[in-house]
Write a protein that binds this ligand. Structure first.
Ligand SMILES: [Zn+2]
Length: 267
């Protein structure tokens, strides 16, 4: 699916709504109120329907998702492999997941991510830039960026949430409506492949941590710091905390373990 989507996006003239449709011959796009549904692809009538009632960045993700449905339906090999391996609800679920993978690959092409990493490093700032440029939610950007990061980095989106509100329904970015008692917590996190540590959603950020200062001052902070694991363990890491829209986009660069002999005793 990712290859299909990547090949598709490479042939497009751009990533705006009109350009995104340019690779689908004879398929039209319609915006209309659709109640609870985000969108649909109707292969019989060659039309993609998008719910006009949801916010624009969600419409955009839905468009890329429905384009992925069309790409999948046009690929007999992949389609028959899926029908051989799954059936019923499980098949439907796998197809939906694959179309989200396709959507992420369409909106956040490898070239865009590679360009941002080469300019700003695997950092909190890159995460913020990616979400802004691709016009996707911070958590969508987080997963796509983590997957394509080679260095040992843990990314996180941190935001204020109501104390004890973990069971409440968060929105797409994992935010909950601010109320009087607010705690800065990890809303979403993902690490580069090969990193064996993870930061669980809901992990509180201590008031004394630089991430809290970045949120309070609205200034980016880069410095030696630590990963505030829920267990209380503080793992040393180089922090980049980039405040953006009432949240902080965070990267923790973990120290690279020495590949050779153990360090000699200092004189
Ligand atoms: Zn779908």
């Amino acid at each position: 699916m990712r290859e299909l989507a990547t090949t598709y996006v490479q042939a497009l003239p751009g990533l705006d709504t009109h350009s995104l449709m340019a690779g689908l011959d004879g398929v039209t796009l319609r915006f209309l109120p659709m109640g609870d549904r985000d969108g649909a692809y109707d292969p019989e009538h060659h039309v993609i329907l998008i719910n006009s009632g949801v916010r624009p960045s969600r419409q955009r993700f839905t468009l890329a998702h429905e384009i992925s449905h069309a790409l999948l339906l046009g690929n007999d090999d992949l389609l028959s492999d899926l029908h051989d391996a799954y059936e019923g609800d499980r098949l439907e679920g796998v197809i939906e997941t694959l179309c989200n993978v396709g959507a992420a690959a369409i909106l956040m092409p490898d070239t865009l991510i590679a360009d941002l990493i080469s300019r700003f490093g695997p950092s909190g700032r890159t995460l913020a830039e990616l979400a802004r440029r691709a016009d996707v939610s911070a958590s969508s950007a987080l997963y796509a960026l983590a997957e394509r990061t080679e260095a040992p980095v843990i990314y996180a989106v941190c935001a204020l949430s109501r104390a004890g509100a973990e069971e409440r329904e968060p929105d797409e970015d994992g935010m909950v409506a601010p109320t009087s008692t607010k705690v800065l917590t990890v809303r979403a996190s993902s690490a580069a492949p090969g990193v064996k540590y993870s930061l669980r959603p809901g992990t509180p950020i201590p008031d004394s941590h630089p991430i809290a200062a970045a949120l309070e001052t609205n200034f980016p902070i880069s410095q030696e710091s630590y990963v505030p694991f829920r267990s209380g363990r503080k793992m040393p890491a180089y922090l980049d905390a980039f405040p953006e829209r009432q949240a902080v986009m965070v990267s923790f660069a973990l120290p690279v373990a020495p590949a050779s002999a153990p360090k000699k005793e200092e004189d």
